[in-house]
Design a protein around this ligand. Structure first.
Ligand code: NAD
Length: 484
């Protein structure tokens, strides 16, 4: 498929809801539009998925056959890498390098989970026990790992290809059928990926793409009585709404990958030649629109001023522009709404007496560009410090000792990721235990591998994605007792 074919195809997709514009965030121009699928399309998609779950057309395939299809999906993603990366840039404002990277990670998700198809196994035990009756008896017991029937996969705009692959690959490996809803802002790459699934041999009706708003299509999926599980990535606010909807409908299971306000703690023995550029990369990448961005940096007082100066220098030097602007490392925010939100936080901060060391303003050009911004003098009780901004904005605060650093780092309702920089091995491992976050980086930041689980502490999520834990998100455990 070409970019133009995708822009045309989406316009032609049937839908009964509102027309939704697709906008290039680097130019503010509408590139295409589509119709919200509407509630009836959700019902039909869930019914199709349920039919395939019950017929076993996918779940009962020999695991090695499922594996071959998943591997083929990975290959086809690689074959279509160029168009997928172009769409990711056009629709999500990613730099070409970032867009290519995310597509590579996406295809690898399918290859990684292709390997798991043949390794889904339970445990077995010969049990000689009185059990709950107290009557002595002998049984053989074993567990079966079984896929959920229909799962709802709902994800945000900040990594459309990544999120599609990170959810679909394990759900398909497990044998689930699904309804899939990307963010209304970024539907384009999902269209290509959906075609790829079918070309690779995923049977009709097993994975069903739905395009529409969260409050329409997303809410209909979440409330649907035949959807057994929802795996959601997005904001904590919507995550909470999904939990309520699950409770109000069929008590469907819910996995949540939510927001973050991740701390970076820099001790005075840190190697600043690594810590400063990583801290900048770890907060300004994708214009701060990554859930794991280290948006609160705590620096030991002795090196505080030096650190702030160096960080501001790196931030100042970051070339910013659209995907077509040569050498750009930082792109735009996703939408006018997000721009208004980020600028709102900055204006509020300025009126509260926050010091803007660098940035703090829009670029004087078309597109939703905000300069990488370093703030100091931010009160730990302020909204700037406590709330997820999801923009290229970082607050830097000093601390005196380890206890204070831990207290400041943990002073948040979020618990997605945390980083510590120190040459003291004992302190590094001690602080890894004390930081309340699902992922901790010691002298490294923004690490990811398909083999490792990813999930949030506190209000950053429920459950895990990626790794074996990511597969188990789509499996339930049945315990079978056989009297001997
Ligand atoms: P969002 O929560 O507004 O939307 C996410 C998805 O949910 C979209 O597809 C949206 O249409 C849908 N949605 C909205 N309302 C819904 C409802 N009532 N019912 C069902 N679905 C609904 O998030 P966003 O603004 O698109 O993305 C940014 C957020 O995502 C940030 O908070 C970020 O931290 C988070 N995020 C988390 C991770 C992670 O792995 N923890 C990864 C990426 C992004």
């Amino acid at each position: 498929m070409t970019v133009q074919a995708v822009l045309d195809e989406i316009r032609e997709r049937p839908g009964t809801g509102e027309v939704i514009a697709v906008v290039d965030p680097a130019t503010e121009e509408q590139v295409t539009e589509f119709k919200d699928c509407g509630p009836e399309a959700v019902n039909e998609a869930v019914a199709r998925a349920k039919e395939t779950a019950e017929s076993g057309v996918w779940r009962d395939l020999p695991p090695s056959e499922r594996a071959k299809v998943l591997w083929r999906v990975g290959e086809l993603i690689d074959e279509n890498a160029e168009v997928l990366a172009e769409l990711e840039s056009l629709n999500a404002g990613m730099t070409p390098l970032q867009a290519q990277g995310t597509v590579t990670v996406g295809s690898e998700f399918f290859r990684y989970y292709a390997g798991w198809c043949t390794k889904i196994e339970g445990i077995a035990a010969d049990v000689h026990t009185g059990g709950l009756t107290g009557i002595d008896s002998h049984q053989h017991a074993y567990t079966l790992k079984e896929p959920y029937g229909v799962v709802g996969l709902i994800f945000p705009w900040n990594g459309p290809v990544f999120n599609f692959c990170c959810k679909l690959a394990p759900a398909l490996a497990a044998g689930c059928s699904s309804v899939v809803k990307p963010a209304e802002e970024t539907p384009l790459s999902a269209l290509v990926l959906d075609n790829i699934l079918h070309e690779a041999g995923v049977p009709e009706g097993v994975a069903n793409l739905l395009l529409g708003y969260g409050h329409t299509a997303g809410a209909a999926i979440t409330a649907h009585p035949d959807v057994e599980k929802v795996a959601f990535t997005g904001s904590t606010e919507v995550g909470r709404a999904i939990v309520h909807a699950a409770g109000d409908s069929n008590l469907k299971k819910v996995t949540l990958e939510l927001g973050g306000k991740s701390p970076v703690v820099v001790f005075d023995d840190a190697d600043l030649s690594k810590a400063v550029p990583m801290a900048a990369f770890g907060t300004f990448i994708h214009s701060g629109q990554a859930c794991v961005c280290g948006s609160r940096i705590f620096v030991q007082r002795g090196i505080y001023e030096q650190f702030v100066e160096q960080l501001a220098n790196v931030a100042n030097g970051l070339p910013q522009g659209g995907p077509k602007d040569e050498g750009s490392l930082i792109g735009p925010l996703i939408s006018e709404k997000q721009l208004t939100r980020v600028m709102g936080y900055l204006e509020q901060g300025k009126s509260d007496g926050v010091e803007v060391v660098t940035g703090g303003h829009r670029l004087d050009r078309k597109g939703y560009f905000v300069r990488p911004t370093v703030l100091t003098n931010v009160a730990s009780t302020s909204r700037l410090f406590q709330e997820e901004i999801f923009g290229p904005v970082v607050a830097v605060l000093p601390f005196d000792d380890e206890d204070e650093a831990v207290a400041l780092a943990n002073d948040t309702t979020y618990g997605l990721a945390a980083t510590a920089w120190t040459q003291d091995l004992g302190r590094a491992h001690r602080i890894a235990k004390r930081l309340k976050a699902g992922t901790v980086g010691l002298n490294c930041q923004m690490q990811f591998d398909h083999s490792m689980p990813f999930g949030g502490y506190k209000q950053s999520g429920w459950g895990y994605e990626s790794g074996k834990a990511g597969l188990e998100t789509y499996l339930q455990t049945k315990i079978v007792w056989a009297q001997m």
